[in-house]
Design a protein around this ligand. Structure first.
Ligand code: BGP
Length: 462
């Protein structure tokens, strides 16, 4: 067995503060968008809360108190990298304070130290699907003041963790903002397209300013963006479908284009003109955007199709405007499984940007069955991941530069889309159900040993 993965390849998993930590008000943390979304990121959030309401993320999987045990289990699997996020509201509870909350900073020191003990490199997302409600109440990313608050937050965490964290990401799936404006850009109600794009613009400027700061403050660190790896096929070879797929792919890619090229692409300027969208973009903003990222990271779960036939779209499109591909099977949640699509996407991104890539999310959300003897035989998960990793290997053979792979949810966590525990991704089972019942005990599934072997052989066992 020989491995095609580079020796320096980073293997591991990815989690996010709001989906694992719980302790939603501990040690001075402020409320975030996630605390107000008990039904997931696509569903209308609460207007307010008293604290008595049930949100499974209030405790999540209690990583806040169990991180040592969890990180030790990741260490046992041989992880060389763990992607997680810092909860902005642990550091700046309202978002706009001038001084940080020491208790929040101290928590992540302990988490990074635990990772170091197991030889695990942290990869840190500055903002993963949550922002302080204190900022949302002042207009979220629609308010340019949020840029300064984010910059202050980035400066504080870069200064504090510069010796411990060398891989950074700015915003999780920044290109989901158009589909989930409350989660992405912190806009309440039903914002207009202009309002959403203006808020996205502010977020892109904030991302670029964080890149600039990171380069200045931690010269030996790398900072990237994080995209939802949208891969859109035409439903048929009808030229109208092909053109629509081009447009739809650009709709996902324009964020990356700005973050890599430092300027808006021409097709987007046309889109703004055609839709009467006029953005306020200052000369300073344009200069800020020139601070571009070092690498591209992305999530990949599925591909989808678009059809120029309105009837088909109306009847079949999912929340991402995509209609089912007749050649692919889907997960229990209708996410169409397409391992070859991962090779296609890696090649598309490499051809487009010529920057190193990092797959920071991939995995299968499934209902797991606890057998009478206590085992969990998740062969469907092993098959899904094996098939995707084989395609990753093919892309490496194609010459694509890939730095690493962190599977999504190496330990069961709360689903972002549905806020359910029952949509599980983990190699490690967590005893908690959708109603919050369970002991929170951890238990390795069959996939645990499978992944351990993959990592141990640097992919040769695939
Ligand atoms: C991505 C998010 C993650 C994660 C994942 C799986 O979009 O970055 O936070 O949750 O999708 O989605 P879900 O949890 O809805 O199954």
């Amino acid at each position: 067995m020989s491995s095609l993965f580079p020796k320096s390849f980073l293997w591991g998993g990815a989690i996010a503060a709001n989906q694992v930590e719980g302790a939603y008000l501990a040690d001075g943390k402020g409320l975030t968008t996630s605390d107000m979304q008990p039904k997931g990121i696509m569903v209308e959030p609460w207007e307010s809360r008293t604290g008595d309401e049930f949100n499974i993320k209030d405790i999540a999987i209690d990583f806040y108190h169990r991180y040592e045990e969890d990180i030790a289990l990741f260490g046992e699997m041989g992880f060389s990298c763990l992607r997680t996020s810092i909860a902005w509201a642990r550091i700046f509870p309202n978002g706009d304070e001038l001084t940080p909350n020491e208790a929040g900073l101290a928590f992540y020191d302990k988490v990074f130290d635990a990772m170091a003990k197991h030889g695990i490199k942290p990869m840190i997302t500055l903002s993963h699907y949550e922002m302080p409600m204190g900022l949302v109440n002042q207009g979220g990313w629609g308010n340019p003041k949020t840029i300064e608050c984010f910059e202050r937050y980035a400066k504080v965490v870069f200064a504090r963790y510069q010796g411990k964290v060398k891989l950074w990401l700015t915003f999780n799936e920044i290109n989901m903002a158009l589909h989930a404006p409350f989660t992405g850009v912190g806009l309440k109600g039903k914002p207009t397209k202009t309002e959403i794009f203006q808020a996205i613009h502010h977020q892109l400027v904030a991302s670029a300013r964080a890149v600039k700061l990171c380069h200045e403050m931690i010269p030996d660190a790398k900072i990237g963006n994080m995209l939802l790896g949208g891969l859109v096929y035409p439903l048929t070879c009808h030229p109208e479908d092909v053109h629509l797929a081009l447009e739809e792919n650009r709709h996902w890619q324009f964020f990356g284009d700005v973050q890599v090229r430092g300027t808006y692409p021409s097709y987007m300027l046309r889109y703004f003109r055609d839709h009467g969208i006029e953005l306020v973009i200052s000369e300073q903003d344009k200069a800020d955007l020139k601070h571009t990222i070092d690498y591209i990271s992305f999530s990949y779960y599925m591909s989808g199709c678009v059809s120029s036939d309105e009837e088909i779209t109306k009847a079949q499109a999912n929340i991402l405007n995509m209609v089912p591909n007749p050649h692919l099977k889907a997960s229990e949640w209708g996410w169409q499984i397409d391992p070859l699509g991962l090779r296609v996407l890696l090649n598309v991104l490499w051809d487009r940007y010529q920057l190193p890539l990092f797959i920071v999310e991939n995995g299968l959300g499934a209902v797991d069955k606890l057998e009478a003897d206590g085992s969990i035989n998740d062969t469907y998960r092993i098959n899904y991941m094996n098939d995707h990793l084989v395609q990753l290997e093919e892309a490496i053979k194609d010459g694509v530069e890939v730095w690493g792979y962190t599977s999504w949810g190496p330990i069961d966590l709360v689903s972002a889309g549905t806020a359910q525990m029952s949509k599980r991704y983990g190699f490690i089972y967590v005893d908690r159900d959708n109603e919050g019942k369970g002991t929170l005990a951890r238990k390795p599934k069959a996939s645990f040993n499978w992944y351990k072997e993959v990592i141990g052989s640097n992919g040769a066992s695939l």
